[in-house]
Design a protein around this ligand. Structure first.
Ligand code: SF4
Length: 344
């Protein structure tokens, strides 16, 4: 993934730092787990916005308990991406909630919840909410605030719903950049998204086709993401890809991003229709890692947000599998559907 993606996906963590919010890295709990598991070697994995805290957290763990602590230096953007192998007794993954459907073994998740007060920005968002039926969604950093957000909205006469997601979502109201099942689970007129940055709020708008009011409690800012602009950009890329004859189908190798069967199926469908198509397995998807794999268009079966958020970085159109089906004529061009990792 790329810089744009890094920025957008970790904006909340960056914002946490900007506001000097004290973060709970659960040092005592990690020491207990190390003792209980009799772990000799552990690895700590932080998303980009929290990585710089790694050396200090490692030191604090070693002060508590005798254990070898490794820091993952690889990029990390989500709980879909677990960086450990057989040499490590326990992986401690910071900044994300577990994805239940992945049933990861030997991994402890430290969510690093935010203690920022969200109510002032929710009060401000009331001026933008039309209602009357509002779905409340957030990322894991603020899921514990949803009860008080609901109270605030209901006091203003709005009807609130907080939906439960599918097997990839741990908490009611929580969304991931690739899964908006908790938003779709409720029948509402619009959504209120609580959290930093535009990444998740834009995803809710694209996935539901409904208006979203985004309330950023770190910057105390409200906004309405423009999903129509992104949809127009996607159709421009789809139109460009209609002229392509050679497609490179990308199959991600990160733990929770694997869709190799889908990649094979897409290659088969393309070849059947007379196109050239080949599959590349890939861990980090960037313009540089694609350099040796020329194609007139790419199809990304890994993290769905790379195609959307990093589109401008790639020289050739980077399509989602759903968009590729439009290009192949398998799917109607008329209705835009966001690619998501659903189920489990
Ligand atoms: S696959 Fe989902 S959880 Fe993983 S980095 Fe992409 S948006 Fe985030």
């Amino acid at each position: 993934m790329t810089r744009n993606h890094i920025y957008s996906h970790t904006s909340a963590e960056n914002a946490l730092d900007r506001r000097s919010v004290e973060m709970d890295f659960e040092i005592e709990r990690i020491a207990e787990l190390v003792e209980g598991e009799k772990a000799r070697v552990i690895q700590l994995q932080f998303p980009e916005g929290l990585k710089r805290y790694g050396p200090d957290v490692a030191k604090r763990i070693r002060q508590q308990i005798d254990v070898t602590v490794l820091l993952s230096g690889n990029p990390c953007y989500g709980a879909c991406d677990l960086d450990y192998d057989g040499d490590v007794d326990l992986l401690v993954h910071f900044g994300h909630a577990e994805i239940p459907a992945l049933a990861a073994q030997k991994v402890h998740f430290v969510e690093v919840r935010s203690d920022v007060d969200v109510i002032p920005v929710v009060n401000e968002a009331l001026g933008l909410i039309k209602g009357p039926r509002v779905g409340i969604v957030t990322n894991v950093q603020h899921v514990h605030t949803l009860g008080s957000v609901r109270g605030c909205l209901e006091s203003a006469g709005l009807q609130c719903s907080i939906g439960s997601g599918d097997g990839r979502i741990k908490y009611p109201g929580q969304v991931l950049g690739c899964n908006f099942s908790s938003a779709r689970a409720v029948d509402v007129d619009e959504y209120l998204y609580i959290g930093g940055g535009a990444f998740h709020a834009l995803g809710v708008a694209l996935a539901t086709g409904k208006r979203v009011v985004a309330a950023d409690p770190f910057l105390h800012r409200t906004s309405i993401p423009d999903a129509d602009l992104i949809v127009k950009q996607r159709y421009a890329l789809i139109t460009k890809a209609l002229d392509a004859r050679t497609f490179c189908i990308l199959a991600g190798t990160k733990t929770g991003q694997r869709r190799l069967d889908l990649a094979f199926e897409l290659v088969e469908q393309a070849v059947k229709r007379g196109y050239d198509a080949y599959t590349v397995t890939i861990n980090e998807l960037t313009p540089w890692t694609l350099y040796q794999f020329p194609a007139e268009a790419y199809v990304n079966t890994a993290c769905p947000r790379i195609a959307i958020d990093d589109a401008s970085l790639f020289k050739a159109p980077m399509l989602t599998p759903i968009e590729f089906e439009m290009v192949l004529g398998k799917r109607d061009l008329g209705e835009y559907t966001l690619d998501e990792f659903l189920g489990g």
